[in-house]
Write a protein that binds this ligand. Structure first.
Ligand code: SF4
Ligand code: FES
Length: 228
């Protein structure tokens, strides 16, 4: 059944089950997203997509809130912009966004100050290089959960990775922090494909950045195949 509601003063017609994000996108209204990905179940973890809904006390994540008849939604009010800017500033203060061009662009758009929280504890991690396909650098991880979801019910049903730890210690990890070859991982690469920050990176790209030539990488790979 079709419903109508208002978004930024514009009358919008949407299907009853559509989220505010879907309705916005169909109507050319831009709402930024970070954790949301078409291939994964929306979990509303990052909160960058928040909007103001008349009558609701708190800002609402557009990626999971369903459009309803007569709703009045503001996607770019002062309160919304301030909230998004703060989220971006918190991300920039706690993790490495150097390989997240989309988030860097959002920071510019929202006038976010990367040094707003100078005393914030940064997420530091050694690069985990333990398999032939990809490396993991959790200092760049914003815990969007996409990789865990595609590894599980959203795609692969492999369950090689999950959240571990609590609070600020929360991170993505294998069970008992085992190396990737010791897990059920089948090296399908889907986690790497959905990672928005470069925390998961193809091994070849990583080795090229480390200064190896394509020839040296080829020799490395053929040696690995022979050892199998
Ligand atoms: S590793 Fe990438 S995909 Fe996985 S939670 Fe972190 S940022 Fe998201
Ligand atoms: S995109 Fe909606 S909460 Fe992250």
């Amino acid at each position: 059944m079709a419903i109508t509601f208002s978004m930024d003063g514009k009358e919008i017609t949407a299907e009853e089950n559509q989220t505010l994000l879907e309705a916005a996108r169909e109507n050319g209204i831009d709402i930024p997203t970070i954790c949301f990905h078409e291939a994964t179940t929306a979990n509303a973890l990052c909160r960058i997509c928040v909007v103001e809904v008349e009558g609701m006390r708190t800002l609402q994540p557009a990626c999971i809130i369903k459009a309803a008849s007569q709703m009045k939604v503001q996607t770019r009010s002062e309160r919304v912009v301030r909230a998004r800017r703060t989220i971006l500033e918190m991300l920039a203060s706690t993790m490495d966004l150097s390989e997240s061009p989309e988030i860097q662009k959002m920071m510019k758009d929202y006038g976010a100050d990367a040094n707003r929280f100078p005393d914030a504890e940064r997420r530091e991690s050694e690069v985990k290089d333990d398999n032939p396909m990809y490396v993991r650098d959790y200092s760049k991880c914003l815990l969007c959960w996409r990789c865990v979801q595609v590894c599980a019910e959203d795609a692969q049903y492999t369950f090689a990775i999950n959240f571990s730890g609590r609070g600020f210690e929360t991170q993505i990890a294998t069970f008992y922090d085992r190396t990737i070859p010791e897990t059920s991982c089948v090296l399908c690469g889907q986690c790497v494909a959905v990672c928005p920050t470069g925390a998961l990176k193809p091994k070849r790209e990583f080795l090229l950045e480390q200064g190896m030539t394509p020839q040296q990488i080829g020799v490395l790979n053929s040696g690995r195949k022979k050892r199998k």
